[in-house]
Ligand binder design. Structure first.
Ligand code: ASP
Length: 416
């Protein structure tokens, strides 16, 4: 059986088991253990794979012109898709108005105005990410520390510099560098393939645990917000991205979805787009047929700064809370929310629940109390899974479109 079917079946079974198994049972504990092992295995591969992929990709760019062309195109694509995602989130919340129940703000129904205390811990434990912070973290003072802490932004920047200059070293010294990093990348790809063979079991364990802990009940009071956000995420994944793939990339969106299935399902079950990066690289390289040169550059960069689903969620959440508090947001404030969602999503690390911090920043910027975050926690787990899959897909689409613009004609040319 093909690997994506195995993972899909595991996912379906996991939702069923998760709903039936109580969160204090042995099965739950076992799922936590096995899921944790799978996550560890993915994280184990991330840093060496990113570093070696970027360095190898960079050293294949002979001239600076090609590199800056790909760089500019990639940044344009990622920024444009993030803006589109945020606007989709804004439109959905304005359309569905999940914060208004029976014509009145849902403030009391949601129990807002209490429980602010529980949140402070969540917010202060994570790193704040605002505009200046993104640039500041780009130039990491310590690449080894960035690697140890999986700080993708700093690591990607350092690896790019390293690759660019390794490519320019003449003679044997340069060749040794290039061969070495190509070898490391090759080896890491094999380890990734091994980890992926365990994916059905890992995905089953992670998803069963998530559903058993959260359950469908938690979603009920916030159902409208949940479905509005989900609708926005699906729209971005199925409509916006498909259009971009078909119009700019001239490839079949259906084939892309099939090629990305293992990465989408891994993103969904791990809630970590950074952790899914090895799988995304594998899918784009081997299933979609994008060159190493393009994947090695676009995907790690995308994992660091291109989080479409996260940006959409941030905007939807801030707007939802504003509605629930009964605030009439003028166009300027809505614009601030959109701009903040785009920028903060670039600073969010691709780990579970990372957006909550960015939402705290946005709420602060528009003057809403932080207690609203507590309301979001109820639905955050499942929405995190969904937005992470969208984040992963956005990076993949970036690689495909850039590859096509670079003249790679056999991308997605073969049916899977
Ligand atoms: N979990 C998301 C990711 O890894 C980040 C977030 O939105 O919380 O992509």
């Amino acid at each position: 059986m093909k690997s994506h079917w195995q993972i899909a079946i595991a996912l379906g079974l996991a939702v069923l088991v998760g709903m039936l198994v109580p969160s204090d049972s042995r099965v739950f504990a076992a799922c936590g253990f096995v899921g944790g092992l799978f996550l560890n295995a993915l994280k184990m591969v991330v840093v060496p794979l990113i570093v070696s992929s970027i360095i190898s990709a960079m050293s294949t760019f002979g001239d600076a012109g090609a590199l800056s062309r790909i760089g500019v195109r990639t940044m344009l694509f990622y920024t444009a898709t993030t803006v589109l995602a945020v606007v989709t989130g804004l439109a959905m919340v304005n359309l569905v108005e999940p914060g208004i129940v029976d014509g009145r703000p849902a403030r009391e129904l949601l129990g807002l105005a209490s429980g602010a205390g529980q949140l402070s811990e969540h917010v202060s434990s994570a790193k704040l990410s605002d505009v200046g912070d993104v640039f500041y973290r780009l130039v990491t003072p310590n690449p080894i520390k960035a690697a140890a802490e999986s700080d993708l932004l700093g690591l990607v920047f350092f690896s790019m510099l390293f690759g660019i200059f390794a490519a320019r070293i003449p003679g044997a010294a340069g060749q040794v560098q290039r061969d070495f990093w190509a070898g490391v990348r090759e080896t890491m790809m094999h380890i990734t393939a091994l980890v992926m063979r365990c994916a059905p079991v890992g995905v089953f364990a992670l998803v069963a645990k998530a559903f058993s802990a959260t359950g469908a009940d938690a979603i009920r009071p916030l159902a409208l917000f949940f479905f509005a956000t989900l609708g926005g995420l699906l729209f971005h994944l199925l409509v916006t991205m498909s259009l971009l793939l078909a119009v700019i990339g001239r490839v079949s969106p259906l084939r892309m979805l099939r090629a990305m299935t293992p990465a989408l399902l891994t993103g969904f079950s791990t809630s970590s787009s950074a952790g899914t990066l090895p799988v995304t690289l594998d899918c784009l390289r081997h299933r979609a047929g994008v060159s190493e040169r393009v994947t090695g550059f676009t995907l790690p960069l995308g994992a660091a700064i291109n989080l479409d689903g996260t940006a959409l969620y941030e905007c939807a959440a801030a707007m939802f809370l504003a509605q629930a508090y009964g605030l009439q947001l003028d166009l300027v404030t809505q614009f601030v929310i959109v701009a903040m969602a785009v920028v903060t999503s670039m600073g969010v690390t691709g780990i579970p629940s990372a957006s909550l911090v960015a939402i705290a920043v946005i709420l602060g910027a528009v003057g809403l109390p932080l207690e609203g975050l507590g309301v979001l926690l109820a639905v955050d787990r499942v929405l995190d899974m969904c937005r992470t899959a969208v984040n992963v897909y956005g990076d993949g689409c970036g690689a495909v479109v850039i590859g096509r613009l670079e003249g790679e004609s056999d991308i997605l040319s073969r049916p899977l």
